[in-house]
Ligand binder design. Structure first.
Ligand code: FAD
Ligand code: NAG
Ligand code: NAG
Ligand code: NAG
Ligand code: NAG
Ligand code: NAG
Length: 632
């Protein structure tokens, strides 16, 4: 009866034997070599890479549910929870002084609440806008300088971009000649990347024509992911075959989830690291935590890691867990009644984020997203088309950009009198400009929007605890415009956007703006920007890297938490400054290189231990007389 048995195994290996545990009661063990906190964007990368060695055991603890079968995480157009009004996979967290950006169904209003799209397997990569941008080479060269580790430079990081990426055809299989440079893309990585598979062609044609009419200000750039992003070019998305490609779909493939040395527990929310003990005699790295406490249902459990605990809980979750564990600013911790294990004041500080300002114009056309989003017949048709053939408007993000651009302030701008240039170099942008075929307002009609983002901010914010309760939402202040430079720079950025739409090609297509910015004085415009901008959802820096031995920073360049043994951070929070790019690609390379750093660390240790054990046994077996007796 060999054949039926094999059939049974094949059947169950797709379902029952999958190591994605829904229930803590089913998990065979709570002792592992490595415990990874967070199965978001970075976590699955690290879990997959570490378990390539079958002798290494890994547990991933993820607070959210599985991504499997969640349409919002699969259909690109349903990003931001459109299908369920954006409430399902979110934590409500307090945010000071910022405007929600992704409340598509609401006009932008000031609010102290945003949705943090991170509470699902795959984390942000299961919910983000899927825009794939790496940043400027100079962003990474600055990371190398800020950390004293050449390993973070563009040239040394570049192979990790390729390792992460699998370039694929767009969903509509259109001819992509002249839209990207194949020479800078990976072909066998886990994450699918493609050009937009559906195009709002009127808007696209005007954008491209502008690069012909105003080439000095707005040059065409064949591929913004070459390390030199300046100019206007096609958007690349983490989408393959009309579906989202996330860390969950790309790295946690069925074969990886079936590795016997990898267990992933869902619905497990980590509170803190527990049982700190003094280890060894040296003052550096003399504290180690023995376990990770998590809540499943209403009970608490502890998972133990014999080699390392790796925090991949994201730029909000990671500093929160560190502070819950007594690692942070002693004064702030003690004010909440949390006893300090290690005074590390930079935890949660230096949050660095993009700001986002939308402008809309009515257009003399009905080729806009409103024709779908405001007509349920056409919405359902478009959904059915995706369902049938993975084509049509639902194969791209709801922002539906086909082009974005990266621009600089002019060299003689007066804003540089306030603060020196915060960009990492002359080939890196201050602004991102995005072109979207709809309005964020509820005005009737057809619109396009031009979005201006300040992507080299001087402002910094913070993540702090609101309470000693480890499950309470933290306070997030991403610090938008806390430095006046950013607001004044964005005011100049708006002038660039107005210049863009002043190109002759827009005549007859663009109608009235929803808000007349041209009649505002510069000071009025700056005030308007402050009041109406939102965050780009690209926050990093809250567990930032700094050189070994620096008096600030949270992790060393090898991502080990300063002063703690056996604890690393591998996620977006280690990037000391936000890159001039959407941040998932940077997060993926942090995770890929971070995995290599962990592997190298333990390979060295193992070699060292082996040498030590060999010498020890050699000495023990020697006849001591042979050593100490003079023979000649
Ligand atoms: C709405 C939105 C849109 C975005 N759009 C884009 C885009 O278009 N392009 C782009 O490049 N970038 C985009 N980004 C940013 C990018 O996706 C993130 O910077 C990046 O994915 C962060 O990865 P991470 O691994 O650091 O964190 P995350 O992906 O957030 O992973 C953290 C994981 O840890 C889990 N977790 C947190 N706390 C705990 C805990 N206590 N216990 C257990 N598990 C926990 C979370 O559930 C999550 O799965 C967007 C982000 C958002 C929020
Ligand atoms: C923030 O980062 C800068 C380096 O970019 C550093 O000089 C500063 O000390 C950091 N601040 C904190 C509070 O960690
Ligand atoms: C769009 O406009 C064209 C003419 O401008 C018209 O023929 C067509 O019916 C319109 N389509 C929709 C969906 O309104
Ligand atoms: C909605 O779209 C359908 C199909 O294209 C069209 O027949 C109908 O007139 C549209 N309704 C409105 C209100 O525009
Ligand atoms: C998708 O197709 C399946 C059948 O193949 C059907 O059951 C389902 O209702 C369809 N969903 C949508 C949104 O069209
Ligand atoms: C900056 O230089 C340009 C010419 O390169 C000039 O047109 C512009 O007026 C100058 N701006 C300021 C603020 O000096």
């Amino acid at each position: 009866m060999l054949i039926p048995v094999l059939t049974l195994i094949t059947f169950f290996s797709g379902v029952g034997f999958c190591k994605l545990y829904e229930d803590v009661a089913d998990i065979p063990s709570l002792k592992y070599d490595f415990v990874i906190v967070g199965g978001g964007t970075a976590g699955p990368v690290v879990a997959r890479r570490l378990t390539e060695d079958s002798s290494v055991s890994v547990l991933v603890l993820e607070a959210g549910p599985s991504n499997v079968g969640v349409l919002d995480a699969q259909v690109p157009f349903l990003t931001h929870g459109v299908a369920n009004n954006g409430v399902a996979y979110s934590w409500m967290v307090n945010v000071e002084q910022i405007t929600p950006r992704y409340h598509r169904l609401e006009p932008p209003t000031k609010s102290s609440i945003i949705r943090e799209a991170r509470y699902i397997l795959g984390g942000c990569s299961s919910q983000n806008g899927m825009v794939y941008t790496r940043g400027a080479a100079e962003d990474f060269d600055r990371y190398a300088k800020l950390t004293g580790d050449e390993g973070w430079s563009w040239n040394q990081i570049f192979p990790y971009f390729l390792k992460n990426e699998r370039w694929v055809e767009p969903a509509d299989r259109h001819d992509t000649e002249g839209e990207y440079n194949p020479g800078v893309h990976g072909t066998d990585g886990p994450i699918q990347v493609s050009l937009g598979g559906f195009t709002w062609s009127e808007l696209k044609d005007h954008v491209i024509q502008t690069t012909n009419e105003l080439p000095d200000d707005f040059p065409f750039n064949l591929d913004m992911n070459s390390g030199k992003p300046l100019g206007i070019g096609s958007v690349q998305y983490t989408i393959g075959d009309g579906e989202r490609s996330s860390s969950a779909t790309g790295y946690f493939t069925p074969d990886v989830l079936q590795r016997p040395n990898l267990h992933v527990l869902l619905h497990a929310q980590v509170s803190k690291l527990v049982n700190p003990t003094q280890t060894g005699i040296v003052p550096v790295e003399s504290i180690a935590f023995q376990g990770v406490e998590f809540k499943y249902g209403s009970s608490l459990f502890v998972a133990e890691a014999s080699k390392e605990i790796i925090l991949s809980a994201g730029a909000i979750g990671t500093p929160q867990i560190l502070m819950n564990s007594g690692i942070g600013d002693r004064i702030a911790l003690e004010a909440l009644g949390i006893s300090t294990v290690l005074n590390l004041p930079s935890v949660g500080k230096n949050a660095s984020e993009h700001s986002f300002f939308a402008m809309s114009w009515a257009v003399n056309s009905n080729q806009t997203l409103e024709s779908i989003t405001r007509n349920s017949t056409r919405y359902n048709e478009a959904f059915a088309e995706w369902n049938r053939s993975r084509t049509g408007p639902f194969v791209v993000s709801p922002s539906s950009e086909t082009h974005v651009g990266w621009l600089r302030l002019s060299d003689n701008s007066s804003v540089f009198n306030i603060h020196p240039d915060p960009s990492p170099g002359p080939d890196a942008p201050h602004f991102e400009i995005l072109f979207e075929p709809f309005t964020y307002t509820r005005l009737p009609g057809h619109f396009i929007s031009v979005i201006m983002c300040m992507v080299s901010p001087v402002s910094r914010g913070s993540v702090t605890l609101s309470s000693a309760d480890p499950f309470a939402a933290p306070l997030i202040d991403v610090g938008l415009f806390s430095n006046e430079f950013d607001a004044l720079a964005l005011t100049e950025g708006i002038q660039l956007a107005l210049k863009f739409v002043s190109a002759p090609t827009w005549n007859g297509y663009l109608g009235a703006p929803t808000v007349d910015l041209t009649s505002m004085s510069p000071a009025e415009l700056t005030a308007h920007i402050r009041a109406n901008s939102g965050p780009g959802y690209h926050v990093v820096g809250t567990a930032g890297m700094s050189p070994r031995g620096a008096q600030y920073g949270v992790v060393d360049p090898d991502l080990k938490v300063k002063g703690i043994a056996g604890l690393r951070v591998i996620d977006a929070s280690v990037l000391p400054i936000v890159p001039a790019a959407h941040t998932q690609a940077a997060t993926y390379v942090v995770a890929e290189r971070g995995s290599d750093l962990v592997k190298q660390n333990w390979a060295r240790k193992t070699q060292f231990q082996m040498n030590f054990e060999w010498i020890y046994s050699y000495l023990r077996n020697l006849d001591t007389d042979q050593i100490f007796s003079p023979t000649d």
